[in-house]
Design a protein around this ligand. Structure first.
Ligand SMILES: *Cc1c(COP(=O)(O)O)cnc(C)c1O
Length: 421
C-alpha cells in the first residue's frame, strides 16, 4: 500500500490510509487495534477525544471558499467527516487490511450504502440465502423497487453460485459465518468467480470480525460490518462500516455524505475503544462457544447443532482455513431441539428459552452477555414462509450468541430447559 499522506492545516491525515500509522512501521494486529488512527490534539490527551461537533470554523471567508471549491481539504460538516469517526475508520481499515473504511449509522446503513454505491437499475445482486433478516428485507422490498434484480443461492454450494451468475450480475453478497445457522462460504472460491466475471465480492464479516477472519486477504472487494455487534461488544450503540480499496470506499463515502447515513462521533468513540479489546474478547467468546457447542451436541434433546467448530461440520476444514485464530469459529450457533411428546417445535424452543434465568432473551448478538433468540418468530418472522425455509430457519431452531460469562453458568442455564423438555 502507498505511504503517501497529505495533511491539512490542523495536521489531520486526510488520506485516511490504514497504513498511515504514525511511525510508518509494520506493527502487529494487537498494536494496531490499540493505537492506529489516533489523532492527538494540542491538549496532549492520552485517550482518544470525542469531537462532538456538527460543523467546523474557517480562518477567513476565502478559507471557507477554499474548503468548498476543493482547493483545500479539511472538515466541513460532520455528515461528511469528523475526527472521532475518522479514528474509528482508520483503526478498522488497518485491522481488516483495507486501504480505507467508511463508517455508517448502523450495519443496515452500511448495506444500504453498498447497494446505492455499487448497483443501479438493471443490475443483478446475487446473494447468499443465509443472511441477516433485514438484509433480505432490504434487498427484496427496496432494491427491487429501484429495478435491481435480486436472487439467492445456497451459500455453501460453489456450483450453485457459478450457475446463478448472470451477465448483469454486479455484486455477490454473503456472510461467513452466516446468520443464523453459522454456515461458511468459500470466500476464496467466490473471489475467483467474481474476478472472472467482473463482479464485486462483498462479505459481511460481522460474526467473525477481523480478529478471526480478514475477507479482503481472502479476495473479497468490500467488507461490511455491523459494528453494533462485536466491535462494540457490549451492546451499547449502533453503527456500521464498509472497508475496501480507496476507490470503492470513495464511492461509498459520497453515498454516506449525500444520504446522511453517517456515524455519530460518540458511537465512533465507543467502537474505537471496543477495537482495543476485540481480539481478547473474541478469544474468550470462541473458547466459551466451543464448550457450549460440545455440551449441546452431547444433550439427548438437541437434534442438531449448527456450528463450524464441530469437527464433523461439513465446513469445519474450510472454517479452519479461513479463520486465522486457532480454535476460533465465532460464538454464534444455532441448535435444533426435539419437539418432545406433547409440544410442537415452536413450543419446545420457547420452553428452552423461557427456562433460562441468566441468559438474555433478545435478538441482539455479539455481546458480552449471552443472548438467546427464536429466529422463526422474531428476527426472521417478517420473511415469507418460503424465504424463511430458504434461509434454513425452522421452528425448532434456537440461535445462541455465547457471551463472556462463566461457561458453566451458560451451560447450566441451557440445561434447565433441555433437561425438562
Ligand atoms: C445485526 C446485523 C446486521 C445489521 O446491523 P445493524 O447495526 O443492526 O443495522 C447486518 N448483518 C449482520 C450479520 C448482523 O448480525
Amino acid at each position: 500500500m502507498s505511504q503517501s499522506q497529505t495533511y491539512d492545516d490542523n495536521g489531520l491525515d486526510l488520506n485516511w490510509r490504514s497504513d498511515a500509522l504514525d511511525l510508518g512501521l509494520d506493527y502487529g494486529m494487537q498494536t494496531i487495534a490499540v493505537r492506529a488512527g489516533q489523532h492527538r490534539t494540542d491538549e496532549g490527551e492520552h485517550s482518544e477525544a470525542i469531537f462532538t461537533t456538527s460543523s467546523y470554523v474557517y480562518a477567513s471567508a476565502s478559507d471557507a471558499a477554499a474548503h468548498f471549491n476543493g482547493t483545500k481539504t479539511g472538515n466541513v460538516y460532520s455528515r461528511h467527516t469528523n475526527p472521532s469517526v475518522r479514528t474509528f475508520e482508520r483503526r478498522l481499515a488497518a485491522l481488516e487490511n483495507g486501504e480505507r473504511a467508511v463508517a455508517t449509522a448502523s450495519g443496515m446503513g452500511a448495506i444500504l450504502t453498498m447497494c446505492l454505491a455499487y448497483l443501479k437499475a438493471g443490475d443483478h445482486l446475487l446473494a447468499a440465502n443465509q443472511l441477516f433478516g433485514s438484509s433480505i428485507g432490504l434487498f427484496n422490498n427496496y432494491m427491487t423497487k429501484f429495478g435491481v434484480e435480486v436472487s439467492y443461492v445456497d451459500c455453501t454450494d460453489n456450483e450453485a453460485w457459478a450457475r446463478a451468475v448472470q451477465s448483469n450480475t454486479k455484486v455477490i453478497y454473503c456472510e461467513s459465518p452466516s446468520n443464523p445457522l453459522a454456515q461458511i462460504c468459500d470466500i476464496g472460491y467466490l473471489s475467483q468467480l467474481c474476478q472472472a466475471n467482473d463482479i464485486l465480492l462483498v462479505v459481511d464479516n460481522c460474526f467473525a470480525t477481523p480478529a478471526l477472519q480478514r475477507p479482503l486477504d481472502l479476495g473479497a472487494d468490500v467488507v461490511i460490518h455491523s459494528a453494533t455487534k462485536y466491535l462494540d461488544g457490549q451492546g451499547r450503540v449502533l453503527g456500521g462500516a464498509l472497508v475496501g480499496s480507496d476507490q470503492l470506499m470513495q464511492q461509498a463515502f459520497t453515498v454516506v455524505r449525500s444520504g446522511g447515513i453517517s456515524m455519530s462521533p460518540f458511537n465512533a468513540w465507543v467502537f474505537t475503544k471496543g477495537l482495543e479489546t476485540l481480539k481478547l474478547r473474541m478469544q474468550a467468546h470462541c473458547a466459551n462457544a466451543n464448550k457450549v457447542a460440545a455440551f449441546l451436541v452431547s444433550h439427548p434433546n438437541v437434534s442438531k447443532v449448527h456450528f463450524s467448530g464441530l469437527s464433523d461440520h461439513p465446513a469445519h476444514e474450510l472454517a479452519k482455513h479461513q479463520h486465522h485464530m486457532s480454535d476460533g469459529y465465532g460464538a454464534i450457533m444455532g441448535f435444533e431441539v426435539q419437539s418432545g411428546s406433547n409440544r410442537d417445535a415452536t413450543a419446545a424452543a420457547w420452553h428452552i428459552i423461557d427456562a433460562t434465568k441468566m441468559i438474555s432473551i433478545t435478538n441482539n448478538l455479539g455481546d458480552a452477555k449471552t443472548t438467546i433468540t427464536h429466529p422463526a418468530t422474531t428476527t426472521h418472522f417478517r420473511l415469507t414462509p418460503e424465504a424463511r425455509a430458504e434461509a434454513g430457519v425452522n421452528d425448532s431452531l434456537i440461535r445462541l450468541s455465547v457471551g463472556l460469562e462463566d461457561v458453566e453458568d451458560i451451560i447450566d442455564d441451557l440445561a434447565r430447559g433441555l433437561d425438562s423438555l
